[in-house]
Design a protein around this ligand. Structure first.
Ligand code: UGA
Length: 430
C-alpha cells in the first residue's frame, strides 16, 4: 500500500521504516529541513536498535523516502499516519496544536478515500475531532479516520513494531478498519478492532497501568526498607503469580521518559474534565515524584546529612538504558535537586552526549564512569546501563575520596561492593 507518515520523531520514523520493511511504499514528511536532509542520507538522529539498517534498506530499495512538508507526502497515499508530538500543556492536557495544523495542511490535498490514521497519543475524542477538522479544512467527504495507537518502547521500538503484542484499530467503519489491518498482514498478532474512543483509551489505560505497577513496587520498596525486607525477593515472589507477572516490578528512581509522565497527567486531566476523581492515579503520580526525592535523601544520608559543596559522581542520565533520550529523566530531576542543595555533580552517560549539560545548570560532564567517580564522596547510579555492572570497582574505589554508592536501579551486587570496602545503598534492599 502507499503510505504517508507525517512527523518523523521516534514513533513516525519507526513506523515509516518498519512499514517500508513490510513492503509498503512509504513517504515520510516533517517540517524540519535539517531532519529531512539527515534522514535522506540514511543518518539516524536517534539511538534506536535496528532502525539505521531498516532506514538504509528502505532508502536503497526506494520503498522509503523523506520529504519536507506533509502536503508533499500525502497526495495519492492510501493511508496517512499522523505521528506528530502531543506535548503536555500547562494544565496537563495533551496539546493538539500540531495535530490540528497538520490536518489543516493536508486536508485540501488528500486523495478521496484516503484513510487518516492517528498514531500520536491523543485524548479520547480526538479521532472524531480530526474527522471534523478534515471537513472544516476542505478534505473530501470520502476521507476516513481511524485510531491506531502505538505501544513501542524506546530502545526496542523496531522489535516492538514487528512483534506486537496486539494491534488496536479504532474506527466507526469496519471496511476502514480492515484496510488499516492489511498494512500489518505479515505480522502475527491479535488485531483488536474497536470504536475510536476505546482505542484511544486503551493507549492511556495501558501506560497508566504500567506506571501504576512501577509506583506500586516503588512504594513496596520503601516499605521494605522500613521493615528490613528485600524488594527484589518480594517482586520475585509476586511475579510467579501469572496474574501479576515479573515485568515492570523493578523499583528505582521513578518512571520518566516522554510517555508515562505526560500520559498519566493527560489521563488525570481527562478524569477531572469528566468529573471523575481518579485518586488512584493521583497517588501513582505522587509516589513517582516522591521517589526522586527519596534518591536525593539517600545521597544526603550517604554524605552524613549535608549536600553543600560535596562532590558527587553520577552514572547515567538518560531516562532508562539503551536510549539517548533525556526527556523527563529521573536522573536529570535528581541532578537538579542535588545541585540546588549546593552539591557539585559530575555525571557520565554513555549515550546522552553534550546535550545533558545544557539541560541542567552547573552539571559537569565526565569522560567515563571512572572520571565521574574521581574524588567523589558518593556515586549515585541513576540509569541501568549494563556497562556499569562490569566496571573495575577496585579502580572506582581508589578513585573516590569516599567509596560510597547509591544504586537507584539496584543494578549492582551489594555484597561484592561491601567486600571491596564500599558503603552501598540500594532501593528497598536490606
Ligand atoms: C512506554 C511503554 O512501555 C510503551 O509500551 C509505550 O508505547 C510508550 O511508553 C509510549 O507511550 O510511547 P518507554 O517510555 O519507551 O515506553 O519506556 P519504558 O520501558 O516503558 O520505561 C518507562 C520508565 O519506567 C523508564 O523511566 C523506566 O526506567 C521505568 N521503569 C520501567 C521502572 O522504573 N521500573 C520498571 O520495572 C520498568
Amino acid at each position: 500500500m502507499r503510505v504517508a507518515v507525517v512527523g518523523v520523531g521516534y514513533v513516525g520514523l519507526t513506523t515509516a521504516a518498519c512499514l517500508a520493511h513490510l513492503g509498503h511504499d512509504v513517504t515520510a514528511a516533517d517540517l524540519d529541513p535539517q531532519r529531512i536532509a539527515t534522514l535522506s542520507k540514511g543518518e539516524i538522529p536517534i539511538l534506536e536498535d535496528g532502525l539505521p539498517q531498516l532506514v538504509h534498506d528502505g532508502l536503497a530499495a526506494r520503498r522509503l523516502q523523506f520529504v519536507l512538508g506533509a502536503q508533499h507526502a500525502v497526495p495519492g497515499a492510501d493511508v496517512v499516519f499522523l505521528c506528530v508530538q502531543t506535548p503536555q500543556g500547562d494544565d496537563g492536557a495533551a496539546d493538539l496544536t500540531y495535530v490540528e495544523s497538520v490536518v489543516r495542511e493536508i486536508a485540501p490535498v488528500l486523495t478521496p478515500a484516503t484513510i487518516v490514521v492517528n498514531k500520536s497519543t491523543v485524548p479520547v475524542g480526538t479521532t472524531r475531532r480530526v474527522q471534523q477538522w478534515l471537513s472544516e479544512y476542505g478534505a473530501s467527504t470520502d476521507v476516513r479516520v481511524a485510531s491506531n495507537p502505538e505501544f513501542l518502547r524506546e530502545g526496542q521500538a523496531v522489535r516492538d513494531f514487528l512483534n506486537p503484542d496486539r494491534i488496536v484499530i479504532g474506527c466507526e467503519d469496519p471496511a476502514t478498519a480492515v484496510r488499516v489491518s492489511e498494512l500489518y498482514r505479515d505480522l502475527r498478532s491479535p488485531v483488536l478492532v474497536t470504536d475510536a474512543a476505546s482505542a484511544e483509551m486503551i493507549k492511556y489505560a495501558s501506560n497508566a497501568f504500567l506506571a501504576t505497577k512501577i509506583s506500586f513496587i516503588n512504594a513496596i520498596a520503601n516499605l521494605c526498607e522500613a521493615v528490613d525486607a528485600d524488594v527484589r525477593e518480594v517482586a520475585l515472589g509476586m511475579g510467579y503469580d501469572p496474574r501479576i507477572g515479573f515485568e515492570f516490578l523493578h523499583p528505582g528512581p521513578g518512571y520518566g521518559g516522554s510517555c508515562f509522565p505526560k500520559d498519566t497527567a493527560a489521563l488525570l486531566h481527562t478524569a477531572r474534565q469528566s468529573g471523575y476523581d481518579f485518586g488512584l492515579l493521583d497517588g501513582v503520580v505522587a509516589v513517582n515524584r516522591q521517589q526522586h526525592d527519596r534518591i536525593v535523601d539517600k545521597v544526603r544520608d550517604a554524605l552524613g546529612g549535608t549536600l553543600t559543596d560535596r562532590p558527587i559522581g553520577m552514572w547515567g542520565l538518560t531516562f532508562k538504558a539503551d536510549t539517548d533520550d533525556l526527556r523527563d529523566s529521573p536522573a536529570i530531576a535528581v541532578a537538579r535537586r542535588l545541585l540546588d542543595e549546593g552539591a557539585r555533580v559530575c555525571a557520565f552517560d554513555p549515550a546522552a552526549g553534550e546535550q545533558a549539560a545544557t539541560r541542567v545548570d552547573g552539571l559537569a560532564l565526565a569522560l567515563d564512569p571512572y572520571d565521574a567517580a574521581t574524588d567523589a564522596d558518593v556515586v549515585v547510579l541513576m540509569t541501568e546501563w549494563d556497562e556499569f555492572r562490569w566496571l573495575d570497582f577496585g579502580r572506582v574505589h581508589d578513585a573516590m575520596r569516599v567509596p560510597a554508592i547509591v544504586d537507584a536501579r539496584n543494578l549492582l551486587d551489594p555484597a561484592a561492593l561491601r567486600r571491596r570496602g564500599f558503603a552501598y545503598l540500594g532501593v528497598g534492599r536490606r
